[in-house]
Design a protein around this ligand. Structure first.
Ligand code: PHE
Length: 352
């Protein structure tokens, strides 16, 4: 009978030990004071561990060994938890001693912004997508054929000198593309008319870096090939584009020009968006700014890709993203685009 009572009490004590253990495990202490409170509560001379150990005297001799192990393990648990709390609180209390005010609000997380050229390229592409143009891309390291030959610039063609080309030293047949017209070649190589693509990308020319020139910049190329495509389609498409980009008041004019891969060729000017046509530095006091080269795809280019030039015609255009961005956001120095100056980049926060 007496034994049964002891057993029952032991059951109680074991339950109590488990309860204390989970209490200790959940005990949070981030300051030295709280860690000390833990020590006093569990490990102090009048602490809970001591009082549980005191139960040993009530344990019948034949169970002392087993019960002793449980108590030892309980004590070790409390000590280990105490050490862990001390370890966790130490750096925090060191910071407190160093004069850090933990009640201060955190520094706001800096959210990045899109680069202005990405913003404008996105706008340009989305306008042409609405007209049914699909995005096409090509490699920045190109071969001579796609950049020049296929675009009707044979090896000795003087127009090659207009674009100061970076050649790859190990293999002079490779170069950094000088224009996105190389993507026209890549598209015609793999697709059959009707073709309607827009090709955004980076291009390279060996120019001295200044406010007005850079050794790399960005273009958006357009190509449309189908039956009965006319110069009027070209004009209307580009007129739609600038109206969407700059608003309904923008004026356009086409000037005859020359590109080996288009015939006839034209450059398009728009009324200066900086001075509204009154005359300023950007438009060199003419009121007009050139934004792109364009023309009807040269029959030879079509034939290079087995496209029947008696059945199909097409137009192409290429424009600089930097120039459009300059007119849209009044950026007056090309170098700003690649200097990573936060004072410049932060001005585009909120733009889409
Ligand atoms: N590739 C020409 C340039 O970089 C632009 C252009 C593209 C002209 C397509 C006509 C047709 O200057």
């Amino acid at each position: 009978m007496a034994k049964a009572v002891y057993l029952w009490e032991m059951e109680q004590i074991l339950q109590q030990i488990e309860a204390y253990k989970s209490e200790m495990a959940a005990f949070e202490a981030t300051t030295p004071d709280a860690v000390e409170a833990f020590r006093i509560k569990y490990l102090g001379t009048k602490g809970l561990v001591k009082s549980v150990l005191g139960e040993m005297k009530n344990v019948p001799p034949d169970q002392r060994k087993e019960f002793g192990q449980v108590l030892n393990e309980f004590k070790a648990f409390a000590e280990a938890r105490y050490e862990a709390l001390q370890g966790a609180a130490a750096p925090i209390s060191a910071a407190a001693n160093a004069g850090i005010d933990w009640s201060l609000p955190a520094d706001p997380t800096e959210v990045g912004t899109r680069h202005p050229l990405s913003i404008v390229r996105g706008q340009m592409v989305s306008i042409f997508r609405r007209l049914g143009f699909a995005v096409a891309e090509g490699p920045e390291i190109e071969d001579d054929w796609h950049n020049f030959g296929a675009m009707n610039l044979p090896e000795d063609h003087p127009a090659r000198d207009m674009q100061d080309t970076f050649y790859i030293q190990q293999n002079p047949d490779w170069l950094l593309r000088t224009h996105t017209s190389s993507v026209q070649a890549r598209v015609m190589e793999t697709q059959k008319p009707p073709i309607r693509v827009i090709c955004p990308g980076r291009v390279y020319r060996n120019e001295t870096i200044s406010a007005r020139a850079h050794c790399f910049f960005h273009q958006v190329e357009g190509l449309y090939i189908d039956e009965n495509v006319s110069f009027a389609d070209l004009k209307q498409t580009l007129y739609f584009f600038v109206q969407e980009m700059f608003g309904k008041d923008v004026k356009v004019r086409f000037r005859p020009s020359y590109f080996p891969f288009t015939e006839p060729s034209a450059e398009m000017d728009i009324s200066c968006q900086i001075c509204s046509g009154k005359g300023c530095n950007i438009c060199k006091h003419t009121g007009w700014v050139e934004i792109l080269g364009s023309g009807m795809v040269h029959p030879k280019v079509l034939e290079n890709f087995g496209i029947d030039s008696t059945k199909y015609t097409g137009f192409a255009f290429g424009m600089g993203v930097e120039r459009i961005t300059q007119l849209k956001y009044q950026v007056n120095d090309l170098r700003l685009y690649s200097q990573n100056d936060m004072r410049f980049l932060k001005q585009f926060t909120g733009a889409l």
